[in-house]
Design a protein around this ligand. Structure first.
Ligand SMILES: Cc1cc2nc3c(=O)[nH]c(=O)nc-3n(C[C@H](O)[C@H](O)[C@H](O)COP(=O)(O)O)c2cc1C
Length: 342
């Protein structure tokens, strides 16, 4: 009940202010008021046991400031970041827009974050024992030819503090970042990260799985190439998908807001993200780990993703709009469907 009123109050405030206040509240003792029990519905993937398959998507807690409160919302895992080597301010404000009539958000945050050293401290201080992913990116000022260095730097700093690392090359809000999904740039990046992952694991015996987060805006050929490279170079999974730069004709929000530059998330992303998921499952084969995200606003949306071959799901916009009840709704539905099948 309290969580409901807090959410309604936040929804009346400007979007980024509401987000900042939510992060502050979740990082403080106030988070006790929104606590729910975590449903146990374990899934084993990439050698990790996830208490349940519903996670928080990257970008909500970019710096690891709210791990404590977020760990009590019922998620089976948290992904924090995107984090870059150096702190950076991100794009000018306003850069976060609600499309209320569409159950959607447009953002062009641009990896605003406090840098990897800050995040490392936050994770160490959090005492969090649950499953954690750390999502890494490159600084805006780093040219694409040097991007590999940024990813390898963050990988080295974060890998012993988490259960998996996500390589984010699909945000639409850092100029040319998505170019890293193509051709030789992709091959070079994957090779460098894989080499570092193997070298460090050989040295200290600690193997940290690495997954790649992809965009929903690629054509079939690009997607096939990307999936092939990721699977053949021994990466551990794919997160499918980030936000879209498309604006479906079905959007009902005012054209001013719908025309804002940035990535669209929430309900209007579902169809596109699902089509990408269907193709990724086809190209990657039946056993390759896939974490599906994009457009989950209710439990049925999550069930569609599992039916299309997702092993785990993540939510961002649905969590902002519906709160933590969505996490438990999805888990209860999954358990009841699995019981029915058994
Ligand atoms: C405000 C905002 C910021 C985001 N920041 C990041 C980010 O830093 N890194 C990332 O990989 N994805 C980021 N995302 C994308 C989400 O993780 C997710 O892939 C996308 O929103 C689709 O899921 P949804 O429809 O459940 O929101 C962001 C999304 C939003 C709405």
């Amino acid at each position: 009940m309290l969580e409901f009123f807090a959410r309604k109050t936040l929804q009346a405030l400007p979007a980024e202010l509401a987000h900042d206040l939510a992060i502050q509240a979740l990082g403080s003792p106030l988070s006790i008021f929104t606590q729910v029990k975590q449903i146990q519905n374990p899934v084993k993937l990439m050698g990790i046991t996830f208490p349940n398959p519903v996670g928080l998507a990257a970008g909500f807690d970019k710096n690891g400031d709210a791990i404590h409160g977020l760990s009590k919302q019922g998620f089976g895992f948290l992904e924090i970041g995107t984090i870059t080597p150096k702190p950076q301010a991100g794009n000018d404000k306003p850069r976060l827009f609600r499309l209320t009539a569409d159950e959607a958000i447009i953002n062009r945050m641009g990896f605003n974050n406090k840098g990897i050293d800050y995040l490392v401290k936050q994770v160490k201080n959090s005492g969090y024992k649950g499953v954690l992913g750390i999502n890494i990116g490159k600084n805006k000022i780093t040219p694409n030819e040097k991007a590999v260095d940024d990813y390898v730097h963050c990988f080295e700093k974060a890998r012993t503090l988490c259960d998996y690392i996500t390589v984010n090359i699909s945000s639409p809000n850092t100029p040319d970042l998505r170019e890293l999904q193509n051709d030789q740039a992709l091959v070079d990046l994957l090779t460098a990260i894989k080499t570092k992952q193997t070298e460090l694991a050989d040295k200290d015996g600690q193997y940290t799985p690495v997954v790649v987060k992809i965009s929903p805006d690629q054509n079939k050929m690009q997607l096939k190439f990307m999936v092939q490279q990721i699977t053949e170079s021994g990466f551990d999974g794919i997160i499918c998908t980030n936000t879209t730069i498309d604006r479906p004709s079905t959007l009902r929000s005012s054209t001013d807001i719908a025309a804002e530059m940035g990535g669209l998330s929430g309900k209007p992303l579902l169809e596109k993200a699902n089509e990408t998921l269907r193709l990724v499952r086809k190209f990657a084969g039946s056993d390759f780990p896939i974490i599906a995200v994009g457009g989950i606003i209710d439990k049925e949306n999550a069930m569609e993703k599992f039916a299309l071959g997702a092993d785990l799901v993540q939510i961002y916009t649905g969590f902002v709009l519906k709160g933590n009840s969505l996490i438990n709704d999805i888990n209860k539905q999954l358990i009841s469907e699995n019981n029915r099948k058994a």
